[in-house]
Ligand binder design. Structure first.
Ligand code: NAD
Length: 336
């Protein structure tokens, strides 16, 4: 039976991907190595816990010994493990450098000793920085703005160097913003949905006109799966839906969906170095046969319903999150 390692599989995209793999491949064994940080949640994969083809290992990608054990017998690695919240990276970048850069290095070193078929590095469109008009291609210069994006860009460079130097069969994916179930409620979509449900303000940075391209998480999973099979080693693939809207439009859409008043929007001080717009070309990926299968409108509606139906899941997390948000707001004088 083929076995693969997913790192960071208790997080938002990783947990959706683990579930996706187990469902799509009845003969695949999936090992999930996750440190169980504040956003790594065992409840995200409660439904597959009893599956004999699924194994969870609590561990850190920065620990070579633990990694070697988890990787043993695996033919592919999907690296989702990361610190991912830009605001947190602005306050303190250390863990971002540790996990996203050093952790990727440890993974690559472990991969050197294995005969892997594929190493898929899950990166982000944020490595390119902001673009006012047009879209970034895979060849565009890396010009990250936040410590988070810089740490991801650094990991990408390490991956390319390990492909060239050691021939590790690596490919890199750079997806735009994701939305869907199981996203930690500090990120824009779940934060806005859950705040609206609780009749709390939706904090919109700056003038709210920063634009993002939104991909439903299962479309992202399908793209990774396709690239696992068809992607070339040493190649980079952008992933994007082309569905671009401003953060203000997103807030208004969610409020309408939930039947809440626009007055819940609260404009707050902008994030430092806040990228104005992200956009990527996806010709390279689409030429392999990928296209998003979920309509933005329908997927966003289903996502909203999911959070409505899973209040106990996010209420616990929001209680934990409050401490960080209060600290951030005071540090940056977000609320005047
Ligand atoms: N969310 C997005 O919109 C988006 C878009 C493009 C790319 N990405 C990338 O996708 C990946 C997953 O993002 P996400 O939104 O699911 O993040 P997330 O924050 O929800 O999950 C990250 C997971 O990694 C785990 N983790 C953190 N440090 C670890 C360590 N040292 N060792 C092992 N596990 C560790 C956490 O416990 C958590 O389960 C990240 O690499 C991110 O850069 C995210």
């Amino acid at each position: 039976m083929k076995k693969v390692l997913v790192t960071g599989g208790l997080g938002f995209i990783g947990s959706n991907f683990v579930r996706f793999l187990l469902k799509k491949y009845p003969d695949l064994q999936v090992v999930n190595l996750d440190k169980e940080t504040y956003c790594g949640n065992l409840e995200n994969l409660e439904d597959v816990e009893g599956n004999p083809r699924y194994e969870f290992i609590r561990g850190d990608i920065c620990d070579p010994e633990g990694l070697a054990k988890a990787m043993s017998g695996c033919s592919s690695v999907f690296n989702f493990a990361a610190q991912t919240h830009v605001d947190r990276s602005i306050l303190n970048a250390e863990e971002f450098v540790t996990t996203n850069v050093f952790g990727t290095y440890v993974l690559l070193e472990s991969a050197k000793r294995m005969r892997l078929e594929k190493f898929v590095q899950i990166s982000t469109d944020e490595v390119y920085g902001s673009i006012e008009k047009g879209s970034f291609s895979e060849e565009s210069t890396l010009y990250p703005s936040s410590p988070y994006a810089a740490s991801k860009a650094s990991a990408d460079l390490l991956c390319m160097a390990y492909f060239k130097t050691y021939g590790i069969p690596i490919l890199i994916t750079r997806c735009t913003n994701n939305f869907g179930p199981f996203q930690y409620p500090e990120k824009l979509v779940p934060l806005f949905i859950t705040n609206a449900i609780e009749n709390r303000k939706l904090p919109l940075y700056g003038d709210g006109l920063n634009r993002r391209e939104w991909v439903y998480v299962l479309d992202h999973c399908e793209a990774i799966d396709l690239l696992w099979e068809k992607g070339g080693n040493g190649e980079i693939y952008n992933i994007g839906s082309g569905h671009e809207i401003s953060n203000k439009e997103m807030a208004l859409t969610l409020l309408k969906e939930l039947g809440k008043a626009e007055s819940l929007i609260e404009y707050v001080k902008d994030r430092p170095a806040h990228d104005r717009r992200y956009s990527v070309t996806t010709k390279k990926l689409r030429s392999l046969g990928w296209e998003p299968h979920h309509s933005f409108k329908k997927a966003l509606r289903e996502t909203t319903l999911w959070y409505k139906d899973h209040a106990p899941w996010w209420q616990k997390l929001k209680k934990k999150r409050k401490e960080f948000q209060d600290y951030y707001d005071v540090q940056y004088g977000v609320r005047g």
